[in-house]
Design a protein around this ligand. Structure first.
Ligand SMILES: *Cc1c(COP(=O)(O)O)cnc(C)c1O
Length: 415
């Protein structure tokens, strides 16, 4: 114990490190951050992503093969004309040594979150998600034998699948949209004594995602000059900034923060619009959706990202410098096709958006000669997982109308 401390942006120590999941300070006070005693990154002989144990806010370790991988692709480099290009990938792509069965970097958030729940003495986590977060938590709940309760908007239950024993994940459909599912998860947590997963405020989620850049820095030997990622909440970008500061503190990876090249769907890009207008707050106008149709990568369509909070995306962009890209569906699809013509596992739509942003930047002369580029491909391999793994659909137990009383919630959860 005592390997890390939690500190608020103002510098105030947050006291008991166990508190973060159950009772994190409100977002208005800014994002609490982990300070590790180990200033140098030592790689441990531990399963999967736990090789970065010294920089994860956990004590207990979960047996897993899931870990980010980093590699170069000569073909992609040549195709894009970006000489010093490195790829970070999280998903299921056996030929690249990637075995995250839920097929996205959300598994890197779920694993240390479950470790922390174990460290806290157990409990059941509650979350709302229509996509990759639900799959990741369902997967890890089966692997650990610890329950989770997932609320999904109606119509999206079919996407929640996991290998092995899906019986530990309980799934409820909620009438309405994602915002309604979030409200139900919050209600269930307070009425039913469940642990809210905490989103961006959960240091285990952020430091877990940060391992992608740690893996990259080890492969590259230093920090990149540019960091490309598709963002919805932007938590991954905040994590990359935080991981970069730790790597600079280590002393062996250079002393310059990478610039952040962040991408969103062209059809829904609230952070892009707020950033380009120079605003710290996302306004109603930023949330307007130009044109018809939904977002191509719907995991990126977050209406309430931790953008303006101290230690959030605005601060990350201000510290690192960088830019936002709005990627069209056609660009994303064509990036996905290019990738699939070179690799034996497909990309998640969000990762297609990130690749498309790099293709655009390279084509526009936006990458200087000699710049080292790190492309975080945050998900992929759903096609390979489908072929190789025995994925079981998790069936919803009930459909909730949204008007349930606390008493009714408790009864439903105790069934
Ligand atoms: C959630 C998700 C993202 C966006 O992550 P942020 O939380 O915004 O950093 C990107 N790609 C995939 C595959 C995701 O599941």
């Amino acid at each position: 114990m005592g390997e890390y401390a939690l500190r608020l942006p103002g510098g105030e120590l947050a006291g008991d490190c166990a508190g973060i999941l159950r009772d994190p300070p409100p977002l208005g006070r800014g994002l609490m951050r982990t300070e590790y005693r180990a200033a140098r990154l030592a790689v441990r002989d531990m399963p999967g992503m736990y090789r970065f144990y010294d920089w994860l806010p956990v004590r207990s370790v979960i047996g897993t093969d899931a870990s980010p991988v980093a590699f170069r692709s000569e073909r992609l480099s040549r195709e894009l004309g970006v000489r010093d290009l490195w790829i970070g990938f999280t998903g299921y792509h056996p030929e690249r040594g990637a075995f995250a069965k839920s097929c996205s970097f959300k598994e890197l958030e779920a694993l240390p979150t479950y470790s922390r729940i174990g460290d806290l003495g157990g409990g059941t986590v509650a979350l709302a998600s229509a996509g990759n977060t639900a799959r990741a938590f369902a997967q890890v709940s089966g692997e650990t034998g610890r329950r989770c309760v997932i609320f999904v908007p109606e119509g999206s239950a079919g996407r929640v699948r996991a290998t092995g024993d899906g019986g530990y994940a309980r799934l409820f459909e909620v009438r309405g949209d994602y915002a309604d599912a979030i409200r139900m998860a919050e209600r269930a947590a307070s009425a039913g004594g469940l642990i809210p997963e905490g989103g961006a405020r959960n240091v285990a989620r952020r430091d877990g995602m940060g391992t992608v850049l740690l893996e990259g820095a080890l492969a590259m030997g230093r920090l990149p000059d540019r960091y490309f990622q598709a963002v919805g909440s932007g938590t991954g970008a905040i994590s990359a900034w935080e991981a970069s500061m730790r790597l600079i503190g280590d002393g062996r990876f250079g002393d310059r923060l990478p610039e952040l090249d962040l991408s969103q769907n062209l059809s829904f890009a609230p952070m892009k619009r707020a950033w380009e207008a120079g605003r710290r707050e996302i306004s109603g106008e930023d949330l307007e959706t130009p044109g018809a149709g939904g977002a191509y990568a719907d995991v990126l369509a977050n209406r309430r990202p931790p953008y303006g909070a101290a230690g959030g995306v605005f601060d990350a962009m201000s510290a690192c410098g960088g830019r936002f890209y709005g990627v069209s569906e056609a660009e994303a699809r064509s990036a996905g096709k290019l990738w699939s013509s070179m690799e034996s596992a497909s990309l998640d739509p969000a990762a297609c958006v990130a690749l498309a942003s790099l293709i655009r930047a390279a084509g526009d002369g936006g990458i200087s000669e000699g710049e080292r580029v790190f492309l975080n491909l945050t998900g992929g391999g759903a096609d390979r997982a489908e072929e190789d793994l025995d994925l079981v659909k998790i069936k919803p137990e009930a459909r909730l109308g949204g008007g349930e009383t606390d008493e009714e919630m408790r009864r439903i959860l105790n069934e």
